[in-house]
Design a protein around this ligand. Structure first.
Ligand code: B3K
Ligand code: ZN
Length: 877
């Protein structure tokens, strides 16, 4: 164990800095082997703070010289330890100048300035700017930036930073320079710099007030054919933000750069977004529909941050969800408007349940607005992002679309150019709507997924139907007791004919929005004037992120799946049936009983598969079984072999019973039309892919032949990956091997395709730890590249059957990879620790082995604070 644990930062201890920065002038000179950074800060005393201490963050800085108001500082004038430079500043305005050297070529943390392939680029959120120069690296310090970059003209012909280009020219020794000016005050986490030999492509967008904006995307030359889709997505996003939020872009230039080495998806730096190549480069031949959809969403997300994040930013990192929750809500709405709203809602909720719910019910649970952290990078979580977006969605539901828009207008106007809090956001919504959201704000401060148990009673004599809602929220780390949440419940009542009945009730319910607002631990709602006992359709569109239950019979769930007027709830009813069936099959297996899939479910599946009134995409979503993440979250103790066997049994039953349906769907859904990415076409391909997968599971030779042909004749990556996915899930090993090696031979020079190739292999059932070790020796693998690590290691951890093999070797492998990455890239290493964090849910033997892997990690020499925090939280009681 460490002798000294890293420091914990608390929200309650927030204090403004003693000095603000009005302007920073940066000069970055790139040389072989080192980079020299000169930074000149114009400082202004904060009159509300008594202290005169100037506190600057700085990590891995080799100091060349420091000046305060033109006086050179000597070592007795300042203190520099633990990443903090502190000195006394007697004047109310001051100039501070630092000349330091940094080493981007050897910066494998991918934070600050680092080398990605042949280019240099930056990642400053959350606290990377301190790796570039000394600065008050906190989001409440907002300054205007001027950035001068000097570098070799041949190696780095393109030199970029935030804002507008204001000067450029040549220097001696084959070097050149460029100067950029960003007129909008911003926190340091939004700073960006790129230097490289990049190909650019331009497009244009005219804003509604007539501003002509140049859109420019930069990529390594071999990727020049993969930029059009991102540019088109960007224009759609710009238009949408004007139409839906009245928000216009504010500079003359908007740039996107693609980088192969990147810790996450993308980064919203002002005017210069930097993207993980995998999240921006697209072509029909190398990206499947899912990837297109993801890219469109991420491009929009980063663009939307220009307002929700950049113009109005976070006061401190506890407020991260202020920008992330709101921006995820915005990008989700954008995607819903671009494609199919019900399908998007299904995808969002499936993701929330698979990732955020388990996070919220385990040792990593934390509020949407955390109270404390050691390493803020560990809090870029599904809770802050996705649950945060659900919280904003509930506000939207409660205040209504019109007031939500007025509230967001007020928010952007009132706080433009400021760093604020989630309370400030909510206050705007309160002001425009007149609602008191005090109790609602518990969604920001209380962790855990509330449980909502619903029961009913029908009084036939009086025509009264009563629903009783009981809410409770389990304890989470540091929060043993919870107070009731405000829970919006959108509902309908179905009559025997499957139609919605007219609803009359006494309280809490708005007939206009069909939303009932719960505020108490127990709420009775009486619906009047009913001549029959209805079937309730609850939490329509998943109106609140809760785990709700109602004692439906299988028949009632099947009835809802067939009739509910709410598309989302049709899907959800069937999901409940699947989960129920798989869990009961798992119990049967454990008890040694024979397995029989329930007939109500089996019949419902046939009805859905043949229901031509449903869109292809909805049918595909409804026919997709819940994954292990969701199944695991539904049981107290995970006996993984039982879950696997139960799920397989259900798949096999559906596959063999309906082989003719799968076959005919697969064949009928073929098309030779040129590839187009839109809701209809991607829905068709999705349903075909799924049908082929089922057909193949039935073991028909014709299915294997079809898949091999689909693969060979594919003119787009969606068909190709559908064929591969189906074949890899079957047991025709020779065919699997031949397709995989063909794939690599053909695509080895395409980075995105190689990443997919790695992911496919890591995820194939039957892959062993030694296969993974072999894959990690392959020339295509690089432990310093996060995409490659995610493809192989996360891909393997998602391969439930293999990763959880009872020899525990999967866990040990993961621990050793974390140990290696701890020194290279602590942020990525810490992410991987979460793959073991649900250890307590497994059977005792597996749980122990997983905990042991966590202990091994915790015992690592020179453990980073990132990994320390995660492993220690995961192991805590
Ligand atoms: N704001 C960035 C995420 C930064 C993560 C730093 N560890 C991307 C985004 O959410 O848009
Ligand atoms: Zn974001």
């Amino acid at each position: 164990m460490r002798t000294q644990d890293p420091k914990t930062i608390y929200l309650k201890e927030y204090q403004q800095p003693a000095f603000w920065v009005d302007h920073i002038h940066l000069t970055v000179k790139v040389f072989d082997g080192y980079t020299e950074v000169t930074s000149e800060l114009s400082l202004r005393k904060n009159p509300t703070v008594a202290s005169r201490e100037l506190v600057l963050n700085g990590v891995d800085q080799k100091i060349q010289s420091l000046h305060l108001n033109d006086a050179q500082l000597t070592e007795t004038d300042y203190q520099y330890s633990g990443g903090l430079l502190t000195l006394n500043c007697a004047t109310d305005t001051a100039r501070f100048r630092a000349v330091t050297r940094i080493d981007p070529q050897n910066n494998t943390s991918l934070e600050g300035l680092y080398q990605s392939g042949s280019m240099l680029c930056t990642q400053c959120e959350a606290e990377g700017f301190r790796k570039i120069t000394f600065y008050p690296d906190r989001p409440d310090v907002m300054a205007t930036f001027t950035t001068r970059i000097e570098a070799d003209a041949k190696r780095f012909p393109v030199l970029l930073s935030n804002g507008n280009p204001v000067d450029s020219g040549t220097l001696d020794d084959g070097r050149h320079f460029a100067v950029w000016e960003d007129p909008f005050p911003k926190p340091s986490y939004l700073f960006a710099l790129v230097a490289g030999d990049l190909a650019g492509k331009d497009d244009r967008f005219t804003t509604r007030s007539g501003r002509e904006v140049t859109l420019r995307i930069f990529v390594e030359p071999q990727n020049a054919h993969k930029v059009d889709f991102a540019l088109a997505s960007l224009k759609k996003a710009m238009q949408w933000d004007e139409d839906v939020y009245g928000r216009e872009y504010d500079l003359d230039l908007f740039m996107i750069v693609a980088s192969d080495f990147f810790n996450m998806g993308a980064m919203e730096n002002k005017g210069l977004n930097i993207f993980n190549s995998a999240a921006v480069l697209a072509s029909p031949d190398t990206s499947n529909d899912q990837r297109f959809e993801r890219i469109e969403g991420i491009v929009a997300h980063e663009y939307f941050h220009n307002w929700s994040g950049n113009r109005v930013t976070c006061r401190d990192w506890f407020q991260l969800s202020l920008k992330e929750g709101f921006t995820v809500f915005r990008d989700t709405e954008f995607s819903s408007d671009m494609h199919d709203r019900a399908v998007k809602r299904i995808e969002t909720v499936a993701g929330l349940r698979a990732v955020q719910f388990p996070e919220d019910s385990g040792p990593m649970a934390h509020p949407v607005r955390p109270d404390s952290y050691i390493e803020i990078n560990n809090f870029y979580t599904a809770t802050v992002y996705e649950k945060g977006a659900e919280v904003v969605r509930m506000i939207h539901t409660l205040v209504g679309a019109e007031d939500f828009r007025r509230g967001s207008d007020l928010y952007f106007e009132r706080f433009d150019g400021q760093a604020v809090t989630t309370d400030d956001f909510v206050a705007c919504m309160e002001q425009v709507s007149g609602l008191d959201l005090t109790q609602f704000k518990r969604w920001y401060s209380q962790a855990g997924t509330p449980r909502l148990a619903v029961t009913d009673e029908f009084d036939a004599d009086n025509g009264n139907y009563t629903l009783t809602f009981k809410q409770a929220c389990p304890a989470t780390p540091g929060q043993p007791e919870k107070s009731p949440f405000v829970i919006p419940v959108k509902l309908g009542l179905l009559g025997t004919d499957g139609q919605d009945l007219a609803i009359k009730t006494r309280a809490n319910y708005s007939a206009e929005t069909e939303v009932l607002t719960l505020t108490d631990e127990v709420t009775d709602v009486v619906f009047t004037g009913l001549t029959e006992r209805p079937v309730p359709s609850l939490l329509r569109d998943f109106s609140a992120p809760v785990k709700w239950s109602f004692g439906y019979s299988d028949e009632q769930l099947a009835f809802l799946a067939a009739n509910d007027a709410n598309g989302f709830n049709r899907w959800d009813a069937l999901q409940q049936l699947y989960i129920r069936a798989i869990l009961s099959l798992a119990t049967d297996r454990r008890a040694g009983r024979t397995l029989t899939a329930p007939s109500v479910l089996v019949e419902t599946v046939a009805n859905v598969a043949g229901d031509a009134t449903l869109s292809h995409a909805i049918r595909a979503s409804m026919l997709t079984l819940p994954g292990y993440a969701i199944l695991k979250d539904a049981v107290d103790v995970v006996y993984i072999e039982d879950l696997i066997a139960a799920r397989k049994h259900l798949v096999k039953t559906l596959a063999t019973r309906y082989r003719d349906i799968w076959r005919s769907l697969t064949e009928k859904l073929s098309s030779h039309a040129p590839y187009e990415f839109n809701a209809e076409e991607s829905g068709r391909r999705q349903l075909q892919g799924l049908s082929l997968w089922y057909w193949l599971k039935a073991g028909d030779q014709a299915a294997f032949d079809f898949a091999a042909q689909l693969y060979a004749g594919a003119t787009n990556q969606t068909d190709r990956s559908n064929a591969l996915r189906a074949v890899l899930a079957g047991d025709a090993e020779a065919l699997q091997q031949s397709l995989l090696s063909d794939f690599y031979d053909h695509w080895q020079s395409d980075t995105q395709m190689v990443e997919q190739w790695l992911t496919m292999q890591a995820g194939t059932p039957g892959t062993t730890v030694s296969d993974i070790e072999t894959l990690m020796q392959h020339p295509a693998f690089d432990i310093k590249n996060p995409n490659k690590v995610r493809s192989v290691i996360v891909g393997f951890a998602m391969n439930t059957e293999s990763f959880h093999d009872d020899d525990g070797e999967g866990y040990a492998l993961l621990a050793s990879v974390v140990q290696q990455l701890n020194a290279l890239n602590p942020q990525l290493a810490a992410r991987l620790v979460t793959l073991l964090s649900d250890w307590k849910r497994y059977d005792a033997t597996r749980g122990k082995m997983m905990a042991k892997a966590l202990e091994t990690i915790l015992a690592t020499q020179s453990l980073s604070s990132n990994v320390f925090e995660m492993a220690q939280r995961a192991l805590k009681d």
